[in-house]
Design a protein around this ligand. Sequence first.
Ligand SMILES: NC(=O)CC(=O)C(=O)O
Length: 275
Amino acid sequence: MSKIKIALVQMHVEKDKYKNLETANTFIKKVAQEGCDLAILPEMFTTPYKTDNFPIYAEFEGEDSFISISNMAKENSIYLVGGSIPEKDEKNLVYNTSYVFDRNGNNIGKHRKVHLFDIDVEGGQSFKESDTLTPGNNITVFDTEFGKIGLCICFDFRFPELARLMVQKGAKTIIVPAAFNMTTGPAHWDLMFRSRAIDNQVYAIGCAPSRDINGPYVSYGNSIVTTPWGDILYKMDEKEGYKILELDLEYVDKIRKELPLISARRLDLYELKEK
Ligand SMILES: NC(=O)CC(=O)C(=O)O
């Protein structure tokens, strides 16, 4: 299967977790009816993006949000990258976790954000995920009938090594539930997606919450798809909405053949390894 219809769901996130799950459900039904194969929700779509909220909204794997995302996939017979949600473990450590479900609602992927978003930009955005979150330790690639897809969360995508390791594991597409802000978004969002796409000759897909200027963290929005050639195939604005796009995965092979980068690496001189 070389063509995949993906949907970006740039939803509004509010305080009520169950209202957020309902909003996601409404969008997922709609994009499935319009023929989408795989839908993507934003980073931390069950809670306003605020460190204090994460432990309060956190759930064990298999609890309400997990079940609800799995049901959305199953009832609509689509692959679903469930943005991310705060997940807690038996030691009460909290992670920023993305779950992926197949068309039968089976959990086929899980990524815990590996690089925590700790920044302090003078005159701009400050944030410290490590106040309440613990980083994950895995590089994540999941399998579909459309081939292998890499998955990471927002700040993770700033680290070129991680994207390259996903590609070394076979990814031709990389999906990134994300939430840039009004300091880093205008400066780096497009550039980061285009850079990772060119470096790795992949489709790079970012899905963000819509912008809420009254929220504790103002999301940049602008959910995006960049091509293996580095073009922006599509970019949303800041408002709530969705977009379905067809991606041709043979285009990845074409670009990799015409402009060989992955195959032309000097592995006798340097090497990147997963530990
Ligand atoms: N929210 C993030 O993890 C990252 C982000 O906003 C940025 O890198 O900028």
